[in-house]
Design a protein around this ligand. Structure first.
Ligand code: PEP
Length: 246
């Protein structure tokens, strides 16, 4: 297992040229001890895969459908994705809130991802209302336990992404993130002992906040949105991840 994992979620951003440039930067800056995973929009997956081929950089998708094929206009299946990438983000809060993905749908997607040999990056995290109501642990626990109900994979990445931190410019504190990471690991104790589990923090991570998260005992990496679209910030985050040893 690498020392740290850095997942870049480009969301619905980048032109083909911008995506190529970012992938070239990622290829050039890849270092031993940091697992860099680029998650571009579906349409650039194949191009990015070609650019980083033979390097340490890995590629992931941002979503998948739970069926292998069929009449699901606009959807992409795990059997298609496995030809293009190794990882897939599942249950991002934008999918849950904007596209109505329930815990039950997330569980089906997680199961499917693993069934096709993809490494899932499961996202969980509470809303500001839930945090203020003292329900953070309840929400995270429910999301994690429901998601892994039929999970049978060998490797799972779980990103703690509090909704109130995503895109806000204000990340959670390392102490808050560590508390959630510890809870996530306790919830995953029900998985078979040989399952390789890593916990990431996501939500307004930037070069100035990354180290604080990576220094936490239960946090293995970060899921980065906005800052991963900036070549300079991305490069700096890879450098930071490579220098922190836990
Ligand atoms: C995300 O949406 O997964 C994310 C972490 O975004 P940002 O870094 O921009 O908050």
């Amino acid at each position: 297992m690498p020392d740290h994992i850095l997942v870049a979620n480009w969301k619905m951003n980048t032109s083909s040229r911008e995506a190529e440039l970012l992938a070239e930067v990622a290829r050039r800056t890849a270092v031993h001890g940091v697992e860099s995973v680029l998650c571009p929009p579906f349409v650039w997956l194949d191009r990015i895969r070609q650019i980083v081929e033979g390097s340490r950089v890995r590629v992931g998708a941002q979503n998948l459908h739970w069926e292998a094929k069929g009449a699901y206009t606009g959807e992409i299946s795990g059997s298609q994705l496995r030809e293009l990438c190794e990882y897939v983000i599942v249950g991002h809060s934008e999918r849950r809130t904007l596209f109505g993905e329930s815990d039950a749908i997330v569980a089906k997607k997680l199961h499917t991802a693993a069934a096709y040999g993809l490494i899932p990056i499961l996202c969980v995290g509470e809303s500001v209302e839930a945090r203020e109501a003292g329900k953070t642990e309840e929400v995270i626990g429910r999301q994690v336990l429901n998601a892994v109900a039929y999970f049978g994979g060998e490797r799972l990445l779980v990103a703690y992404e509090p909704i109130w931190a995503i895109g806000s410019g204000t990340p959670a504190t390392p102490v808050q993130a560590q508390a959630a990471a510890g809870l996530i690991l306790r919830c995953l104790e029900t998985l078979p002992g040989n399952t390789d589990v890593s916990v990431l923090y996501g939500g307004s991570v930037s070069p100035s906040s990354l180290a604080g998260f990576l220094e936490q005992p239960d946090i293995d990496g970060a899921l980065v949105g906005g800052a991963s679209l900036d070549a300079e910030q991305y490069t700096e985050m890879v450098r930071i991840a490579a220098t922190i040893t836990t």
